[in-house]
Design a binder for this molecule. Structure first.
Ligand code: FE2
Ligand code: FE2
Length: 336
């Protein structure tokens, strides 16, 4: 719509040389995910061709995050127990995490904290998906992990500009999106959008990356971007990791409407913030992800899966709808 922005993004992205590519196995996986005819066996078969990926997936599948009491020994078994959707999205998230793992960059941008924010957003999105009855929790998790990928690109390829952006965030207490506008005339959502398309990510993930700050701009399929929008608020509020400064973005009330929430936005948001404690607890179970992001995840070596034997018994599939207690229904009305 805005030609000037189009031009700007073109100019900026053209200057990116040596763009990180996704490992072939993941590109193939994306192809499988996008194909409705794909079977669980196809996905398990593909993952099994990559030993390192297989080892990571099994490690995560056996981690406290999924909390299964018995050992999951093969990818096929993981697909049966965790579900097809979870495993394929897990494969995608893990490989992107790994692709950018480690290193802290040379600017103020702390990559560890960035990943912590992203993982928290994935964990929060998965949790809220359960509360808000968004069916595809694995997809929510992947979208959360990837939502701010544009910031990573900015930090890596536009080090000076991104340094300026972070300085504005710090010194003038600006919200990062605003600082990005000031310095680049673009935001991380646009850069992320571009990268997501370049990588051929599934359409829903592309939309989540592109619209997580303004889901209301979508005429349809706004649920996943809305979920990420809300999850982002929750992790920023809980101060987990660093999503680029302390300022909260603007709330787009469309994100609430996407889930049939017609309550006054502030009250609805307060209710969502009420899930903070639960998110913190979930985060503790998700440390297997943070260690991959730190790049200190030993390839094979450690035979035993952490936390495989003691799942906390609060099932994370808890279907309790958001705030279904005293005040009015938050999840109401048919969503389509
Ligand atoms: Fe963002
Ligand atoms: Fe974020």
């Amino acid at each position: 719509m805005d030609q000037q922005r189009q031009e700007r993004i073109k100019k900026i992205t053209q200057s990116i040389i040596g763009l990180p590519t996704l490992p072939t196995v993941i590109t193939q996986m994306i192809g499988l995910i996008d194909n409705p005819k794909t079977s669980a066996k196809d996905v398990a078969g593909l993952i099994s061709t990559d030993q390192a990926l297989t080892a990571k997936i099994l490690k995560l599948a056996n981690s406290a995050f999924y909390g299964f009491p018995r050992e999951i020994a093969t990818v096929n078994h993981a697909v049966v127990v965790l579900g097809f959707d979870t495993v394929k999205n897990l494969g995608l998230s893990v490989s992107v995490l790994e692709r950018f793992a480690g290193g802290s960059g040379d600017t103020e941008f702390d990559r560890q904290k960035f990943w912590e924010h992203s993982i928290a957003c994935g964990v929060a999105a998965r949790m809220l998906a359960g509360k808000l009855r968004y069916r595809v929790q694995g997809e929510a998790f992947a979208a959360g992990i990837l939502h701010d990928i544009g910031k990573l690109i900015l930090s890596q390829y536009f080090t000076d500009e991104f340094g300026e952006i972070l300085a504005l965030v710090r010194d003038e207490d600006l919200y990062i999106g605003k600082a990005e506008e000031q310095v680049l005339g673009l935001t991380h959502t646009e850069i992320g959008h571009w990268l997501a398309e370049k990588w051929n990510l599934p359409d829903k993930l592309v939309a989540a990356i592109a619209y997580h700050h303004a889901p209301g701009r979508l005429e349809r399929d706004a649920e996943l971007p809305s979920l990420i929008h809300l999850a982002d608020f929750l992790c920023r509020r809980e101060k987990i990791g660093d999503g680029g400064g302390a300022r909260l973005p603007n709330l787009d009330p469309a994100a609430l409407r996407a889930f049939g929430i017609h309550e006054e936005p502030k009250a609805a948001l307060r209710r969502i913030f009420g899930y903070g404690e639960e998110l913190q607890a979930e985060m503790e179970r998700a440390d297997a992800f943070t260690s991959i992001a730190r790049g200190d995840d030993g390839e094979a070596g450690d035979g035993e899966a952490d936390g495989g034997d003691g799942p906390d018994d609060d099932s994370d599939d808890d279907p309790t709808p958001l705030g279904g207690s005293t005040e009015g229904e938050l999840v109401g009305e048919s969503r389509r």
